[in-house]
Ligand binder design. Structure first.
Ligand code: SF4
Length: 151
């Protein structure tokens, strides 16, 4: 059987980004013949509409690993991000998926980098809410710059 891989839906050209656009990545589309790519957008699955206001992760207590996700106006939207992550994990488990290619820098999908919570475009080391949950559950997560591993 062909392996199934979870992919951030925006990387496959789905207009699920916060601004209603996408992050189409032609290299990922080329993987379609080799793998069964399953597009998921944790933020839509978590209950957000599209378009939606931008959100960033703020670390409440880094030592304890407590994270909060907020909008620029300070509104706490953590629950939506957690719900979305749970739904993506559910899909992975249902389909016995062990690998994911997710969009770097997103507060849901970021793999190695996220914005620092100041809405000033500054990046820090860290991963998105969905990436974290998938990794905690034994799923290998790659960003869109690591596709050579799949070719
Ligand atoms: Fe793309 Fe992930 Fe953001 Fe959805 S949550 S738009 S899949 S980066």
């Amino acid at each position: 059987a062909v392996d199934a891989i979870l992919v951030s839906a925006c990387l496959m050209g789905i207009n699920c980004k916060h601004n209603g656009e996408n992050n189409l990545n032609e290299k990922i589309i080329k993987l379609c013949g080799k793998y069964k790519l399953i597009p998921v957008c944790p933020e839509q699955l978590g209950g957000f509409p599209t378009p939606r206001p931008k959100a960033e992760i703020v670390c409440e207590d880094l030592a304890k690993g407590v994270l909060k996700v907020v909008r620029e106006n300070g509104e706490d939207v953590t629950k939506y991000f957690e719900n979305g992550a749970e739904e993506v994990l559910k899909i992975a488990n249902l389909m016995n998926i062990k690998k994911a290619v997710l969009k770097e820098k997103s507060p849901s999908c970021g793999v190695y980098k996220i914005y620092d919570g100041s809405f000033s475009g500054k990046l820090i080391d860290g991963s998105g809410v969905t990436t974290k949950l998938l990794k905690e559950n034994g799923i290998e997560v790659f960003n869109e710059y690591a596709l050579e591993k799949f070719l």
